[in-house]
Design a protein around this ligand. Sequence first.
Ligand code: ZN
Ligand code: ZN
Length: 369
Amino acid sequence: MKAVVLVPGTTDVQLQERPEPSIGAADDVKLQVLEVGICGTDREEAAGGRAAAPPGQRDLVMGHELLGRVVETGTAVRSVRAGDYALFTVRRGCGHCPNCAAHRSDMCTTGGYADRGIRLRDGYHTEFVVDSEAYLVRVPPGSASVGVLTEPMSVAEKAIDEAVGIQVGRLPDATDAASWLSGKNVLVAGLGPIGLLAAVALRLRGANVHGLDVVDPGSIRPRILERLGGTYVDGRQVDPRAVGEQFPQIGLIFEATGVAQLEFDLLSALGANGAYVLTGLAGGDRPTTVDGALLMRTLVLRNQVMVGSVNASQRHFALAVADLERAKGQWGDTLGALITHRLPYTAFADALSHHPPDEIKTVLEWSAL
Ligand SMILES: [Zn+2]
Ligand SMILES: [Zn+2]
């Protein structure tokens, strides 16, 4: 079978012939790969950045944002049948720390975990994949057209879940996680796939979503945000430090820009007792000026929390699947518009090296849905 293979640390990405995997254990599930999404991590890998081949291997099969169809199951598998849409999660535990032992490798403390398609374990840019039912997530057929967004959605779900969990644990007026966001002013910074998917989850929980980006108000990202009932804040017109004056009492900031200066500047928009959750990976190529004393003083005097969030647990994948389905009911095909580019897998080199200006999510097709 074909696979898109990278020599980690280089820009050598090729289509290679690999042996097709087969069911080896009673709890194994074999998926035919249908679609695999491409994100900044893949492009970083293909540019020679962060990636690692499996032990003893020179190269790595890329891809971590999967949608597949079950073709075969081991004898002990009960949750899916051949023909079901499904995907596998990304991270595999280190085998040593208590969080990994509790099936929460997203909170691994040793750093010895593997991420399929990123480090130490082959990924999903190929024709067939096999893994354990323990890492399987079923996708209802009605959501198959946006099922490939489940992995990025799970990242947004975890970040929101973390922030809300912290708030509910410490604020006397936050009685339960389910209702805490209802009616709250929240700010989503960066309307890429993660930011827009966060806006979906936040709108489903009744938040007033203000989405900040630096694109034309008539372009696709603001238009999708507005279809979800959010309001667009044009970062070219509004000083990020003044966003808090425009929208008072912002209870939550969801950051998905990866621009360190903006990340710091936005803190002044956060209301008293607010939570700030960061998901963007800030690059080191832009100098940052921070009034450190002011920053620390603000955090203390306003009871604010900042939390970083990466990856997701099985529960967040389940939340992602549920929310993608709810979103379909609420906004029809609006979410489908997030997938701006669908390309055949043979176009991998172009998809991994080019970021079209009107792109939200590019997906490589391995087989018809
Ligand atoms: Zn990704
Ligand atoms: Zn661990």
